[in-house]
Design a protein around this ligand. Structure first.
Ligand SMILES: *Cc1c(COP(=O)(O)O)cnc(C)c1O
Length: 415
């Protein structure tokens, strides 16, 4: 990956692009929402479809010359339909946040009420944070996880819904290590006559591969991102029933977007095709097995996990018991020094600011793409634990950095 054409025009950007390839090769990407797409997906995203305006939908465009765009978008739709089994799919949202915006616009009126999980408990900005558009346009209240168990408190959610009478309940989370009981949330939504939006941004790939129960056919609307546990490049997707198809189509365009990012939709089509191959099921199963192994090993090192473990692709470590004087931010920085990139994260009942936080979140999707198995993941867990114990010890960090470099070299990327 030399980016020679970029280099001829713009050496500064070329240096940064090459630097990023090297950064990804030489560090362990454990941000739970990140992954490494294939070169096929990269190539599709870098194609001349970036030049093409294709406002509208396949066979119903506002511009001419859309036959190749139509082919690509229809393939993306057909493959998504096969992967998740939805009646209706829209592959045009520019990202997961835009997918959520599209559903709100299709199903709600300004001032309507949304009930969603608190951000510090694992929710997402686009679920109605005061600084997000959804928090400004809709009336939002938030539910929480049980502070003892770390699981969604479904009974409290039911009581909150009865009292608040929301128009929409949002499920699906950014930092929740457990399976979500979609049926249970659907029942609560039905009982108060609210829509249910299941946002599977983090777990699109796990759901496609059957590693997490699917909300498709359960929730009224399902949204996702296409670059987290599914490796189809940056973007979003909306799924629903035919009943809502027209409303969603027109919420996306003309409601909130202009021309679709056709080059990204080509990336989605290629990534979805990859995810339809049998190897993808093995991949998703390994992602989950690796997260379990990571959690168990960290627990053996004395670290506490929110909810006591994981059934998904991520673990959330609560540092308050084992390391009360350190913070998520401090650990994040110390780990970055040794080449392990993850993020500080709030934990249920957080008392620190979200920028400092008392936890760290770590995911296995990207490392699993590089071929890490449970044995290699346990070595990574050992590295993390050593740094958490001694974030200021230069000798320990030098030692761990060497182990990280060895693990990177054993698991090459983009060769
Ligand atoms: C990542 C995420 C999104 C989408 O984020 P984008 O960066 O806009 O793609 C939406 N919802 C949840 C729960 C997420 O974790």
């Amino acid at each position: 990956m030399e980016y020679n054409h970029v280099r001829e025009t713009d050496p500064e950007v070329a240096d940064a692009l090459v630097g990023e390839v090297e950064r990804q090769r030489e560090t362990l990407a454990m941000i739970a929402s990140e992954n490494h797409v294939s070169r096929a997906v990269l190539e599709a995203q870098g194609s001349t479809l970036t030049n093409k305006y294709a406002e509208g939908y396949p066979d119903a465009r506002y511009y001419g010359g859309c036959e190749c765009a139509d082919t690509v978008e229809q393939l993306a739709i057909d493959r998504a339909t096969e992967l998740w089994g939805a009646e209706y799919v829209n592959v045009q949202p520019h990202s997961g946040s835009q997918a959520n915006m599209g559903v709100y616009l299709a199903a709600l009126d300004p001032g309507d009420k949304i009930l969603s999980l608190d951000l510090t408990h694992g929710g997402h900005l686009s679920h109605g944070h005061p600084k997000n558009f959804a928090g400004q346009v809709y009336e939002v209240e938030q539910y929480e996880v049980d502070s003892e168990t770390g699981y969604i408190d479904y009974e409290a959610l039911a009581a909150h819904a009865t009292e608040f009478e929301p128009d929409m309940i949002v499920s699906g989370y950014s930092a929740y290590p457990r399976q979500v009981e979609w049926e249970r949330i659907q029942e609560i939504a039905t009982s108060v006559d609210a829509y249910h939006l299941a946002d599977i941004a983090h777990i699109t790939g796990l759901v496609a591969a059957g590693e997490h129960p699917s909300p498709v056919g359960v929730a009224d609307f399902v949204t996702g991102s296409t670059h987290k546990t599914i490796r189809a490049g940056r973007g979003g997707i909306i799924m629903s029933t035919e009943e809502h198809a027209d409303a969603i189509d027109s919420a996306i365009i003309p409601g909130m977007q202009g021309g679709p990012l056709m080059h990204n939709i080509a990336g989605k089509a290629v990534g979805f095709k990859e995810a339809l191959q049998p190897e993808f099921e093995e991949y998703a199963a390994q992602v989950v097995a690796n997260a379990s192994a990571l959690g168990e090993r960290l627990a053996e090192h004395g670290l506490s996990l929110v909810s006591g473990g994981t059934d998904t692709h991520l673990v959330l470590v609560d540092l308050r018991d084992s390391h009360p004087d350190t913070t998520g931010k401090k650990v994040e920085g110390a780990l970055e020094d040794v080449g392990i990139v993850l993020n500080a994260n709030t934990v249920p009942g957080e008392t620190r600011s979200p920028f400092v936080a008392s936890g760290i979140r770590a995911g296995t999707p990207a490392l699993t793409t590089r071929g890490f198995d449970t044995t290699a993941i346990e070595q990574v867990a050992d590295c993390i634990a050593r740094v958490v114990d001694s974030p200021d010890d230069a000798d320990v960090k030098d030692d761990v950095a060497e182990d990280v470099q060895a693990l990177c070299a054993e698991h090459p990327l983009y060769e």
